[in-house]
Design a protein around this ligand. Structure first.
Ligand code: FMN
Length: 191
């Protein structure tokens, strides 16, 4: 089941304008807080943003699909309907906090996918502005922002071969995501 979800997951950048039940958003954070954490320090905190106006403001300070700018950005009427900001508490963080953050983000994404909800992990955002918008206190920092919404696109993974790993859109507007094949990245015992 988990493997199936992992293989079918793709980053979504077009969303239906249908609200997500807050109970589900809470469930995703619950999955994230249970993620592995270096030395079990658990330095991460999560800000769920689902107020329409604030979601719109945060959206304005995020960047999408750098390889296919500006086409990869959600167009009007396709924007995410919620964000979860992953915040590190610097008072308790270890030097591995960004790795903790990746594990937590993946738990958010997979828990959402199980509910039929798509997402996009966003590292390219205006940190200062977003921290101000959600009132991040001292000794805290937003590390990643994850966008959510019911999917309005079906991107496809494909073999990268020796070609580029840059995702692209075909004439129909379908997003293709080249992935390095297993035999190019897997080694048993030795390189
Ligand atoms: C740490 C991290 C940061 C990312 N930042 C962005 C971002 O700022 N904007 C964006 O559109 N996608 C972002 N992505 C999504 C990647 O572009 C996406 O995962 C990649 O193209 C592979 O596609 P897939 O998720 O469908 O496998 C990010 C992903 C990760 C893991």
């Amino acid at each position: 089941m988990v493997y199936e979800l992992i293989t079918k997951r793709r980053t979504i950048r077009k969303f239906l304008q249908k609200k997500i039940d807050p109970v589900l958003l809470e469930k995703f954070v619950d999955a994230a807080r249970l993620a592995p954490s270096a030395a079990n320090r658990q330095p991460l905190e999560f800000v769920v943003v689902n107020q329409e106006k604030l979601v719109g403001q945060i959206f304005e300070h995020t960047q999408w699909a750098g390889y296919i700018k500006p086409y990869g950005r959600p167009q009007k009427g396709q924007e995410p309907v919620a964000f979860i900001c992953i915040v590190v508490n610097k008072e308790i963080s270890s030097r591995y906090y960004t790795i903790d953050c990746g594990a937590a983000a993946q738990n958010l994404v997979l828990a959402a996918l199980e509910e039929g909800i798509g997402s996009c992990i966003i590292g390219a955002f205006d940190k200062k502005s977003i921290e101000k918008m959600v009132g991040v206190p001292k000794q805290r920092e937003v590390v990643l922002v994850v966008a959510f919404g019911y999917p309005a696109e079906q991107p496809m993974a494909e073999h990268a071969g020796t070609d580029s790993i840059q995702y692209y859109k075909d004439e129909q507007g379908t997003l293709h995501v080249p992935k390095r094949e297993l035999h190019r990245v897997l080694y048993f015992n030795h390189y």
